[in-house]
Design a protein around this ligand. Structure first.
Ligand SMILES: Nc1ncnc2c1ncn2[C@@H]1O[C@H](COP(=O)(O)OP(=O)(O)O)[C@@H](O)[C@H]1O
Ligand SMILES: [Mg+2]
Length: 395
C-alpha cells in the first residue's frame, strides 16, 4: 500500500493538500491519512522509514495538535503542539507515551469519562468526531478550552486499530465569547431594571391615582344628583377611567412581571401560562416544580421571558389546540419546555427570514447571556417544542 502511495503520489501534492486541509478544517481527515501511512510503514524497509520521518515532520508542522491513541493508556506520533497543549512530559517519546491524567468537562460542566470523549468514541464505536468543545483541567490545575476531533484508524482488515485525535486551543475564543456574553448580560440587565422602574412608577403613580379617580366618580354616580344627559356622561367617564386602569395594569405586566419579584418564578410562570390559556381559549397544561428560593434573578427573568415569547409565538403562528409548559430542576440546571401541537415551521427558512423577526433570535441571545442553551424542535404539521436549559445560579 505504501509503495503504491509513494510511487503514485507526489510529496509536494500531499504537502499542499495537508496545508489546504488544515486551513479548511479538514485537518483531522488529513491527519488520519498521514497517520495511516505512517503506521503502515512501521515494519517496512529503510526507504519506508525515511518516508515515515517525512510524514512525522509534516504532522509536526500541522497548525493543530495531533496524536494517535493506541489504546486506553498510551499515545504515539504526538506532535509538539499536542505536547504543549496537554503538557506531556518532554522526556516521553516514541510509541508508548502515557495518556496524561486530565479532567474533561462538556459545555454544561459535566465531567466526562474517557469512553465519552472523541478518542474513546472513535476507538470503540468507529465514530468520526469533528470539533467538539471541551473544558480540560490538567493535573497542574490549568484550565483550557479545546476543540477536539477524532477518527478511527483501521487496519487492512478494516478493524479499528487506533484513533487519531486533533486538538485546537480555543481558550482565547471562549474568553472573548464570555466577555461578549457578559456585556450582553449587562445590557439586558440595564434594560430589565429600567423596565422595572417604569413598571413600578406606572403602577404606583398612575395606577393609584386612577383608582382614586374611579372611586370619586363612582360616589358621584351613586348620589344620583346629576340630571341627564350629564349623568350618562359621568357614567361613561367612570367606565373610561376603569378601562385606562386596566390598560395600565396590562402595560405594567408586559413591561415587567412584578409578580416575578414578589412570589418567584414558579408561581409567576404558572400565572402567566394560565392567564394566557384563558385569554386565547387554548388548553394549556402546566408541569411546574417547586424551584429553589435562591434561584438567580437573571435566570428567573430569562426563564419568564422565554415562556412569554414562546407563548406569544404559539398564539401568533401555531394554530395549536394544546400547549404545555414544563419547568423543572435538573441538578444545577433549570429545564424549561414549551410545546404545542400546532402547524410547526421550518427553522432554516424562519432563520433566513429572521431580519424582521427578532423573537427567536432575541430569546437565544438572552439564554446565552446567562450561560444557557436553547433548542427548538419543530416539524411542519406536528408542532413545535422550545427547550431551554439555564444554570440555576450564576457561575
Ligand atoms: N410555535 C410556533 N409555531 C409555528 N411557527 C412558529 C412558532 N414559533 C415561531 N414560529 C415561526 O418562526 C418565525 C420566527 O419567530 P420569531 O422570531 O418569534 O418572530 P415573529 O414572532 O416576530 O414572527 C415566525 O414568523 C413563525 O413563522
Ligand atoms: Mg415571536
Amino acid at each position: 500500500m505504501l509503495r503504491m502511495f509513494a510511487d503514485t503520489v507526489d510529496d509536494v501534492v500531499w504537502f499542499d493538500a495537508l496545508l489546504l486541509g488544515a486551513v479548511t478544517g479538514l485537518g483531522g481527515y488529513m491527519a488520519v491519512s498521514l497517520v495511516k501511512a505512517a503506521r503502515t510503514v512501521d515494519h517496512a524497509d529503510a526507504e519506508a522509514r525515511a518516508y515515515r520521518r517525512r510524514l512525522e515532520s509534516v504532522i509536526e508542522e500541522m497548525p493543530i495538535g495531533v496524536a494517535v491513541v493506541e489504546n486506553e493508556t498510551t499515545l504515539s506520533l504526538v506532535n509538539e503542539r499536542y505536547r504543549r497543549l496537554l503538557r506531556l512530559d518532554p522526556r516521553q517519546t516514541g510509541a508508548g507515551i502515557p495518556i496524561p491524567a486530565l479532567r474533561v468537562y462538556d459545555r454544561e460542566g459535566r465531567a466526562l469519562p474517557m469512553s465519552c470523549l472523541p478518542s474513546g468514541r472513535a476507538m470503540n464505536a468507529g465514530e468520526t468526531v469533528r470539533g467538539e468543545e471541551f473544558r480540560v483541567e490538567s493535573s497542574g490545575g490549568k484550565t483550557l478550552w479545546l476543540s477536539v476531533g477524532a477518527a478511527p484508524i483501521r487496519n487492512d482488515e478494516g478493524q479499528i486499530s487506533a484513533a487519531v485525535v486533533t486538538v485546537v486551543d480555543i481558550t482565547q475564543a471562549k474568553a472573548d465569547e464570555a466577555e461578549r456574553n457578559r456585556l450582553l448580560a449587562a445590557i439586558l440587565e440595564a434594560q430589565e431594571n429600567e423596565r422595572l422602574r417604569i413598571a413600578r412608577e406606572l403602577h404606583d403613580e398612575l395606577g393609584q391615582k386612577l383608582t382614586a379617580l374611579s372611586i370619586g366618580l363612582k360616589t358621584l354616580e351613586a348620589r344620583g344628583e346629576t340630571a341627564e344627559p350629564e349623568a350618562r356622561r359621568l357614567s361613561a367617564s367612570r367606565q373610561l377611567v376603569d378601562e385606562i386602569s386596566e390598560s395600565v395594569r396590562h402595560i405594567t405586566g408586559r413591561l415587567r412581571p412584578l409578580l416575578l419579584d414578589e412570589v418567584g418564578l414558579a408561581i409567576a410562570a404558572e400565572d402567566l401560562a394560565l392567564a394566557w390559556g384563558e385569554q386565547m381559549s387554548i388548553a394549556i397544561d402546566t408541569h411546574i416544580d417547586e424551584l429553589p428560593a435562591d434561584l438567580s434573578a437573571d435566570t428567573g427573568i430569562v426563564a419568564y421571558r422565554v415562556i412569554q415569547e414562546s407563548l406569544t409565538n404559539v398564539a401568533r403562528h401555531a394554530s395549536a389546540s394544546n400547549v404545555s409548559v414544563t419547568l423543572h430542576r435538573d441538578g444545577a440546571h433549570l429545564r424549561i419546555a414549551i410545546e404545542d401541537d400546532g402547524v410547526g415551521f421550518d427553522r432554516a427558512s424562519a432563520m433566513n427570514a429572521s431580519s424582521r423577526h427578532f423573537g427567536l433570535a432575541g430569546m437565544e441571545e438572552r439564554v446565552r447571556s446567562v450561560g444557557g442553551r436553547l433548542d427548538i424542535e419543530s416539524e411542519p404539521g406536528i408542532g413545535t417544542a422550545v427547550f431551554v436549559s439555564l444554570p440555576l445560579r450564576k457561575e
